[in-house]
Design a binder for this molecule. Sequence first.
Ligand code: ATP
Length: 293
Amino acid sequence: MNWPHLPVHVTLTDAIDIVATSILVYYLLLLIRGTRAVQIMLGLFALVVILAVSNLLHLLVLATVMQYLLLGTAVTLPIIFQPELRRGLEQLGRGRLFVRDRRAEDATVAEQIRVIAQAGFTLATMRTGALIVLEGQTGLREYVESGTMLDARLSLDLLLAIFNKTSPLHDGAVIVRDLIVEGAACFLPLSDNTIAVDRHVGTRHRAAVGLTEQTDAVIVVVSEETGLVSVARAGRLSVPIDDEERLRRVLAACVRPTRRSAKADGSPLAKLFARPLDQLRTRAHSPQEQFRT
Ligand SMILES: Nc1ncnc2c1ncn2[C@@H]1O[C@H](COP(=O)(O)OP(=O)(O)OP(=O)(O)O)[C@@H](O)[C@H]1O
């Protein structure tokens, strides 16, 4: 068979070039997987497709507008992706972009979950409201900056001190990443969800739902009014969680979902997050049932 148009001189350098570029693209995709960057990339891709089509059909005005739009977007990209870029460069600097120490990561996640679950139920017993955000892949820098930046080692005592009603930092959310409390008294975006804005559900819970609608963060919410502990993720609020051990398991499943629990329907996690706000409201009105599932 004759292949007249195929390049015949593929050198070793070309092969290395292709493999290296593929690996780089793969790790860049891993870095943005599950973050808002994916939606932004899809939006950009749509703009490029429109530009290509308008060029193809010689739609001069549309093509010119799209070119300027893409140019403007390209200039703003470093600003939009500032948290992701920062994290990527940090990981590269620590040599962790390509080699990840899974065991150390798992230990950090487990310890973080243990402390947060313990704090959640201690605060619930004291009827002290709290919002504790576990940062995921999406950078939360803008939210940390809305409060007081701490950069302090996570501990039970620190969380109890922050949410103590006499503390100047108790109003707002605490944001935690890798066993570090990045900030306290942080302001989170309120949800526009029509169920969440129901007048029976207050702003603390709406703020938890709001942030998880926009990011992959997982949030523990302790209600001051009812002493109930719930978890918010992916724009949904769980039913109240009974005990510390269960909260630990729920958080572990939310932070590191297995393929089975990540499935939308049928998994225990999906059931926990089904029709959550109704149940929360019902429980808020029947205190004797608070700690029953
Ligand atoms: N956007 C927000 N970001 C962070 N924290 C918030 C936000 N809005 C409210 N809060 C916190 O929630 C508290 C008010 O809670 P509110 O009573 O309105 O809500 P709730 O969901 O009914 O909570 P609770 O059951 O604890 O009473 C505020 O004092 C503040 O600490």
